[in-house]
Design a protein around this ligand. Structure first.
Ligand SMILES: Cc1cc2nc3c(=O)[nH]c(=O)nc-3n(C[C@H](O)[C@H](O)[C@H](O)COP(=O)(O)OP(=O)(O)OC[C@H]3O[C@@H](n4cnc5c(N)ncnc54)[C@H](O)[C@@H]3O)c2cc1C
Length: 482
């Protein structure tokens, strides 16, 4: 089947009877009409429509090797550097649509599954059927253009003890029954962004100890979101029904949900790893999935930084603060962050090589730097908006005020240096949706954590980065006799 358009995505969303809990109520039907999800569903449908735009066809899609139909570019298994660039151009177009505010555009997890399928031998070594399963799953999601969400980590309950030593060993999702035709899973996983997906992939949590008591927590599988017993428990929504008041929260509220597995059956053909802590702990690294996901992530982070730089620059111009040195320094800092990210991405592509699975893979070193520094830099980018917007971010009338009899005051007192009141208000409301609103705060939380705990990621970086050459340089220097 060729790529989906927006209408097909929405129809599929409405047809699927997933169990979503929000605000104390269960929704199983009509999710595209629910106020918390309506606009986000429309946004996603617009991304799907881009794939079917004849002018974008070559950029967004490629010809499926199995059917000859056009399928999504982010499923492409790259074998040349040009393939990597084709993937990146497509990913950038989707990222630009939301100013980088969407973490779960389909390309994020398409890249994950694409890389895993290319490394099917990694799975086959545990069990030949697992290797077949990952390839069949990749082909299935590619040919049906399905959207995936994922969940990796266990509930927070008590981080000083492994899942098997919690008050209840069934808090973290685990295998409760092994059957000839599959497994039954009970427990919860902490978070899955975007319950409007078609499929959920459940991959191993960061590090699983390899004691026998922890093996039931070690599994990798994928199931449809409407699998019986699967429940999404959503947080409070941060969306808005006014594009004027919250231009980002209006269309880009992805939602995050705890995932409960109330004895969910996972058919054998959807299992990729089972009771295999050793492989689970190196899954993303050995398959290079982390590299291809990082390629997508850094592309999105560039789109986001570009967008915010545009907002900041317009604010500076609008209220006439560009001559102040500290303002220049703050804007320049964002510009330097942007160019550093871009340089890292380009370097990773230029030094790309075929990996041991035959897939053209960006040089991880550069992407690993980018994915480690962005969680540290993003809060400071957001802070710049607060510092430069100052009280202007507070002094904003609502859309209702704009239609009221105080409008003439608004037109007089809310003007910018060279812009009318409405223009300035729209810009500052956009800035507030990044710098201050619930939506903006959640964006910061996302950038800080979505790829993992930044502290443990930095520790892993420290252990992985090879300093032997530099240590030798210093030893040689100290040993020099001239
Ligand atoms: C907005 C948002 C969206 C997300 N979306 C998804 C998603 O779609 N899918 C998904 O799988 N996950 C998602 N996540 C979860 C993300 O993967 C985790 O936030 C991240 O892995 C950190 O885990 P944690 O939140 O459980 O923090 P914890 O592990 O509970 O850490 C809490 C604090 O304790 C410290 N700490 C805990 N244990 C240790 C340790 N062993 N060593 C050192 N310090 C420690 C941490 O440094 C941190 O400061 C999302 C998170 C956010 C905020």
């Amino acid at each position: 089947m060729p790529v989906r358009n927006g209408r097909k995505y929405l129809d599929d969303l409405d047809r699927t009877r997933r169990e979503v809990w929000i605000g104390g109520r269960k929704i199983t039907t009509g999710i595209t009409e629910h106020p918390a999800f309506r606009q986000m569903a429309v946004t996603m449908s617009k991304l799907y429509d881009m794939q079917c735009d004849p002018e974008l066809e070559d950029e967004m899609t490629y010809v499926s090797p199995s059917t000859g139909d056009r399928v999504g570019m982010s499923f492409l298994q790259p074998v040349t550097r040009e393939d990597l660039l084709r993937r990146r151009r497509m990913m950038k177009r989707w990222a630009d649509y939301s100013g980088g505010m969407l973490g779960r555009t389909p390309d994020y997890l398409n890249s994950d599954i694409m890389a895993m399928a290319s490394a099917s031998r990694f799975f086959s070594l545990a069990d030949p059927s697992f290797g077949e399963n990952i390839v069949n799953y990749y082909t299935y999601v590619r040919e049906n253009d399905l959207l995936m969400t994922h969940t990796l980590i266990n509930p927070q309950t008590n981080r000083s003890a492994p899942p098997s030593k919690q008050k209840d060993p069934f808090i973290a999702a685990r295998i409760v029954e092994k059957r000839r035709d599959g497994i039954v899973v009970r427990g919860a996983r902490m978070l899955a962004t975007f319950p409007l997906a078609d499929e959920i992939i459940v991959f191993p949590s960061t590090v699983i100890k390899s004691g026998p008591e922890d093996l039931p927590y070690s599994m990798a599988f994928a199931i449809p979101v409407d699998s019986p017993g699967l429940k999404f428990l959503c947080r409070e929504p941060f969306c808005s029904d006014s594009r004027f008041d919250h231009p980002l929260a209006y269309g880009f509220e992805e939602m995050d949900a705890v995932v409960v597995f109330d004895d969910v059956f996972v058919p054998r053909e959807r299992i990729f790893l089972l009771e295999d802590a050793e492989r689970a702990n190196v899954l993303h690294e050995r398959t290079d999935a982390v590299v291809h996901m990082s390629h997508q992530v850094v592309t999105r982070e560039i789109a986001k930084t570009e967008f915010i730089l545009g907002v900041v620059s317009l604010m500076v111009e609008t209220i006439g603060i560009g001559q102040f040195q500290h303002v220049q320094e703050k804007v320049a800092r964002i510009e330097m962050i942007l160019e550093s990210l871009r340089a890292l991405l380009i370097a990773s592509e230029q030094e790309a090589e075929l990996n041991s699975w035959g897939i053209m893979t960006p040089r991880f070193k550069y992407l690993n730097v980018a994915r480690n520094v962005y969680p540290r830099l993003y809060p400071s980018i957001r802070e710049t908006l607060q510092q430069l917007g100052a009280s202007g971010l507070m002094a904003m009338p609502s859309s209702a005020d704009m239609e009221s009899e105080i409008r003439h005051y608004i037109d007089t007192y809310y003007q910018g240096k060279n812009s009318g009141a409405e223009e300035r208000i729209r810009l500052f409301k956009l800035a507030w949706d990044i710098a201050g609103s619930s939506f903006g705060s959640r964006q910061e939380m996302y950038e800080r954590f979505f790829f993992g705990d930044p502290v443990r990621m930095a520790s892993a970086f420290y252990s992985w980065y090879d300093t032997s050459h530099f240590r030798k340089m210093v030893s040689d220097f100290l040993d020099r006799e001239d």
